[in-house]
Design a protein around this ligand. Structure first.
Ligand SMILES: [Zn+2]
Ligand SMILES: [Zn+2]
Length: 292
């Protein structure tokens, strides 16, 4: 266990405070058990995963922490599933974008647990580096146009952040391994379990066209590349999708959109891999360097 000192939270900085954004999907607030030990909760427009089987253990891990100002909702969901005063063994982040670290500082203060992330993501979680400002000029729809309103100033988790183990194992998640899937963010990771091919993809690919407000609200299912307005390295993003597709996942929870499985998932990934340039990469935008 990570030794927690008193007043450690004094070293943290919560740039997500007061950053509530009125964006919702039809499945917002809904939780769904994907597997006995994989629960997906949709917080406004982003998914949060609770990993651990409450019928067998009270040990669990929280993957990602939702939108800004979602602290109370996440506690409610966690208590509903694991009982009152439950706390996870750790919080693990797919990456540090605002919609995945929204409640992280408050959750660390309450639970006093360590947060794990890929080492390339650490500067964005310790207040040292800001992500580039979201690209509001990118092709794709209203959410993309609204994206300059999204906070890009990093949170600072101080000493509460740890690097994911270099051997690929995932703390407190036996059987799972983390995979570096950069492109959307430099230290973006996904989580895969070889036994049943379960995948927690983060934003490496998503199952909704996240740039489009209409599709975000209706959650019309389509396997798509990472959210465009924040993806800075499209070559790496493409390789990451290929890497995940090659694992042949049986079920996937993505950072945005509804969970997906079986043929819908394999067909969707195949289509995305084969048509990545057309489907995922925007025709124009600050982070694209496409020759017409
Ligand atoms: Zn993201
Ligand atoms: Zn996201």
């Amino acid at each position: 266990m990570y030794p927690m000192e008193e007043n450690k939270d004094n070293h943290m900085k919560d740039t997500m405070e007061g950053q509530f954004l009125p964006l919702f999907t039809i499945s917002s607030g809904i939780g769904q058990e994907i597997l006995p030990d994989l629960y997906c909760y949709t917080n406004q427009i982003v998914n949060v995963c609770l990993v651990g089987d409450p019928a067998k253990t009270n040990e669990w891990v929280l993957i990602d922490t939702g939108m800004p100002e979602s602290f109370k909702k996440i506690i409610e969901i966690a208590e509903g599933r694991f009982g009152e005063n439950c706390k996870p063994k750790a919080i693990i982040l797919t990456h540090g974008h605002f919609d995945h670290v929204g409640a992280v500082v408050d959750l660390v203060k309450k639970w006093e647990v360590s947060v794990y992330a890929h080492e390339a993501e650490i500067p964005f979680l310790t207040g040292k580096k800001s992500y580039p400002e979201p690209d509001g000029s990118v092709e794709g729809g209203l959410v993309a146009k609204m994206s300059p309103l999204f906070p890009n100033e990093p949170v600072d988790l101080g000493e509460n952040i740890e690097t994911l183990p270099s051997d690929g194992s995932v703390p407190y998640m036996p059987g799972w391994r983390w995979l570096h899937t950069p492109g959307h963010a430099p230290g973006h990771v996904s989580f895969f379990r070889d036994e049943d091919h379960a995948l927690i993809a983060g934003d490496a690919f998503v199952t909704v066209k996240q740039e489009s407000l209409y599709k975000v609200i209706t959650q019309e299912m389509e396997v798509n590349g990472p959210p465009r307005y924040l993806t800075t390295d499209w070559n790496a993003a493409k390789k990451s999708v290929e890497k995940l597709a090659s694992l042949q996942p049986s079920v996937a929870v993505t950072g945005h959109g509804t969970p997906i499985s079986s043929k819908e998932l394999s067909d969707g990934l195949e289509k995305l891999v084969n048509n990545f340039d057309q489907m995922a990469i925007p025709d124009y935008g600050r982070f694209v360097n496409r020759k017409h």
